[in-house]
Design a protein around this ligand. Structure first.
Ligand SMILES: Nc1ncnc2c1ncn2[C@@H]1O[C@H](COP(=O)(O)OP(=O)(O)OP(=O)(O)O)[C@@H](O)[C@H]1O
Length: 222
């Protein structure tokens, strides 16, 4: 799913300058992109805009043939659910439920039932993430294990795009390396685009393209 951004500007009340201002950005299908930049440079804002989580004006952003700003709120939620796999900074996992139940929860919530096919997809994703504790309660897992569940959940519906906000933050160095390469390997296997905001230079170096933000603008890329 190709992304085209055109004159995207995001302002917030009380601030004279836009917190994000991108004249032009194209990300071809299946590209792996790291978004880097100092704290406050606009990385999370960009990821939220790309996911349709921030209201923007129509005509500023298009995912293949869809401009999320042209959809109603329920349509946009559905479009996001079906096309974008989100991995947010806080894992948003539910205590009291097992890893597997957490993985399936958004699906069960939306469709009201869980078929054999989706269960086997969930199991195969956990296997690909090298995760062996599907029945363990989420609160008993390490942060690295929780992140694996969150990534598997993002991939469950075979999204065309994975958007991950600092997926290796708060992990120790070894886990960060492991999770980063699992995420990249899975994106490759599943043929989806991967857009990751990160301060992790080692993770960024593994991606095909790096975009550096400063004060809400693209400073340079390589
Ligand atoms: N709703 C809001 N109201 C006011 N200011 C905001 C709002 N959302 C973001 N900002 C500001 O916009 C700027 C960009 O924030 P953003 O969270 O996108 O940065 P970031 O690069 O992701 O930072 P970090 O690396 O610390 O996560 C910051 O100065 C932030 O304070």
């Amino acid at each position: 799913m190709k992304l085209s951004v055109n004159q995207l500007e995001i302002k917030v009340a009380g601030l004279p300058q836009p917190i994000l201002s991108l004249s032009n950005l194209v990300i071809p299908s299946r590209q792996q992109v790291a978004v880097l930049g100092p704290s406050g440079s606009g990385k999370s804002t960009l990821l939220q805009a790309l996911s349709g989580l921030i209201d923007i004006m129509p005509g500023q952003l298009r995912w293949q043939d869809t401009d999320p700003a042209e959809l109603s709120a329920p349509q946009r939620d559905r479009w996001r659910f079906e096309h974008i796999g989100l991995v947010m900074q806080d894992f948003y996992l539910t205590p009291g439920l097992s890893a597997m139940e957490n993985l399936l929860l958004p699906y069960a919530f939306r469709y009201g039932h869980i078929g054999a096919e989706i269960k086997s997809r969930a199991l195969s994703l956990l296997e690909a993430m090298n995760f062996q504790r599907a029945d363990s309660k989420i609160e008993g897992l390490s942060r690295g294990e929780m992140q694996r569940v969150a990534i598997a959940r993002a991939l469950l519906l075979r999204p065309k795009v994975i958007i991950a906000d600092e997926p290796t933050a708060s992990l120790d160095e070894e886990n960060a390396r492991l999770i980063g390469s699992l995420l990249i390997g899975l994106a490759q296997r599943e043929q989806c685009s991967l857009i990751v905001s990160t301060h992790d230079k080692a993770l960024a170096a593994l991606m095909q393209r790096r975009i550096y933000l400063e004060n809400g603008r693209i400073r340079h890329e390589d």
